[in-house]
Design a binder for this molecule. Sequence first.
Ligand SMILES: Nc1ncnc2c1ncn2[C@@H]1O[C@H](COP(=O)(O)OP(=O)(O)OP(=O)(O)O)[C@@H](O)[C@H]1O
Ligand SMILES: [Mg+2]
Length: 250
Amino acid sequence: MSVPVVELAGINTVFGREYVHRDLSLVIGEGQVVGLLGGSGSGKTTLLREMLGLLRPAAGSVRLFGVDLQEPDQVLQRNVRRRLGMLFQHGALFSALSVFDNIAFPLRELKCLDEDWISRLVHLKLAMVELDASHGKLMPAELSGGMFKRVALARALALEPELLLLDEPTAGLDPDRSQNFVDLIGALQRELGLTIVMVTHDLQTLAGLASHVAVLAEQRIIAFGPKDQVMTVDHPFVTGFFGADRRKLL
Ligand SMILES: Nc1ncnc2c1ncn2[C@@H]1O[C@H](COP(=O)(O)OP(=O)(O)OP(=O)(O)O)[C@@H](O)[C@H]1O
Ligand SMILES: [Mg+2]
């Protein structure tokens, strides 16, 4: 079997005296699209932050592509981080930078591409999210909710990641825009062979994208597996979440 893309083992996360995660483990394989479910405040965003290396758990290990994020070799660390992209819960774009410069930002950080190449790559990423070159001039405040999400996705894909982390990708979009965005992410996932970890509260998003579901409750992953299997797990969070809609999703 190939090396797991994400491997969390024995994670404890503690803020003050509060345990958010206790002995949490999760292993995600290549090409899986995992919907991460859990109540508000259960620690989903915190778990993504740990996968990004933005936050270090109090105990346990986070391995991406087989590399421990506590690995002291800086070059190895940097190479691993380049293999993932993140779409934040609140869409974070730099408000003072144009769409073009937002997408160019991670490319310029590499300090090895000239502006011609950067321009070509930015236009390619814009096309990937079905925007055109003229949108590059707009400022974030001038974008509709759906366009904003697309630009944030284009930036997350700038470095051609193999692993994409999405935090509530469709929150705040109306049902039509939400469905379009789900279709776009699904198409890119298949084309690029991405592994995705996606936090969502939205059944439509989960149904349209996820191959697998992980349920975060009681400070750990209480269920993980193919979507149809996890949906039938007998746990109050699972029955409450899927409720009467369970059958529609199968
Ligand atoms: N930097 C921090 N310092 C202290 N407490 C924190 C910090 N970050 C998160 N928490 C706490 O950890 C818990 C989990 O937060 P987190 O944002 O991960 O939840 P979530 O599952 O993403 O919730 P939501 O669905 O509402 O986005 C919450 O109780 C939150 O207040
Ligand atoms: Mg959150």
